[in-house]
Write a protein that binds this ligand. Sequence first.
Ligand SMILES: [Zn+2]
Ligand SMILES: [Zn+2]
Length: 153
Amino acid sequence: MEIATSADGQMATSDALALVAAKRRKRSRSRSRAELVTLVLTDVDVCPGEGWNYVFGLARAVDGAAVASSARTMGSEAPDDVRLLFKVSAHEICHLFGLKHCKRYTCLMNATNSLDELEAKPYHLCPPCLRKLAAGLGADDDALAARAVGLGR
Ligand SMILES: [Zn+2]
Ligand SMILES: [Zn+2]
């Protein structure tokens, strides 16, 4: 399967995620090669599909796969800050573990529609989202919360 880009150079995340999902299904037949989640990193600008605006990343939890693009965060016309790509990646991976967008607190899981919003939101989860992540991972949330205390420093 070829992943097409539009005339303005954008790649549809739906195409990329469909390709990744097909590869994941093939690999998951062999338990030793099964993956928990798959994150695609690209420098190509991405959009959800034809006629949509750009996105920094997109996740499809049902397929366990996500895309994060550096097109708007790195390079000559962008802040050129790799930490922003890490922020997008962490946000998308959290979606894969069941987290939705957070509207109550300043949080890594806040939705972002602009570079300013992406830069402004923190690298860490708010306490309720951290608790949801811990529950989704089946982890000891007290241990996760104790580790998270240091993340803001
Ligand atoms: Zn999101
Ligand atoms: Zn939150």
